[in-house]
Design a protein. Sequence first.
Lengths: 225, 113
Amino acid sequence: MPQKTSMYISIMLVAAVLGLMLSLQFRAVNRASSGISIDRAQEVTAELKRINQDKEDLSKEINDLTSKLNQVKQGQAEAVAALQSELNKVRMNAGLITVSGSGIELVLDKPDNTEDTQIPPELMVIQDEYLLSALNELWGAGAEAISINGQRIIATTEIRQAGSFININLNRVVPPYQILAIGNPQELMNTLEMTGGLQEYWRDLGIKVTIEKHEDLTLPAYVKK
Amino acid sequence: MRMGIFLALLGLGLGALIGFYIPVALPQDYAKYMSVAALAALDSVFGGIRAAFEDKFDQEIFVTGFFSNALLAAGLTYIGDRLAIDLYLAAVVAFGVRLFQNLAIIRRYILKN
């Protein structure tokens, strides 16, 4: 009987172990079918790693490109600033903007009708040539910008007699002629006042000439008519 | 005999119950070894049943055969895996063939009686 009992016990034990193994295996297999397989997990993990690496590379590239872009932007800003200043210079030279600086004021006025009758009246009228020669002298003395009675003198400015008037920039100007010139005041002054110069010549003609130095002159811009 | 069958079924049910309800799950990596071991164990059990029909049942042979077959099958599968040899196929074939032989013999005994 004890032998039989131990046999039953062993059979039961073996059966229990078998049941345990089968059920465990069943659970494992069922879980596998519902879950994710190891291969798939590894694959996905590898892919994740690769994508993370890619992402890092790309963010590095972004930084790189951003810094390059910044550099380019900076360069662009500098270039724009340089162009702007160049443009301003050119505009100033072309007379398209108002300029200010030190210079002289030259005023030519016709003489008062006095008893000075030995001078012919047509000579007493200030002619376009006088203004032209004044301009010529002033340019020659290094004037940077000139205006006559508010008319800025530019490359295409004409100064011509039209009957008894003078037209500048197609505008009629009348005496007194106020010529503003920006440049070194002393040099501009000297070129007009030198012996045998224009001032002397004009005075001989009876024209009233006044020359003054100014520290701060403002010349208007050329206005196209 | 009836007592033995009853106890065996009881043990099987008990083991299955335990297996279904213990919180530890078999890791995915070991499922393969467990499958081969389970196959070997099944073979041993059917071998035992056949021996019982033939009146050659030996408790020691049965018990040692059960455990050693299971462990050997799992161990061989593991070694095969390490060496990249599909030894579990050999185990499956060997135990599978024996399983069916045992089943056939048991069927004949049942039919004869």
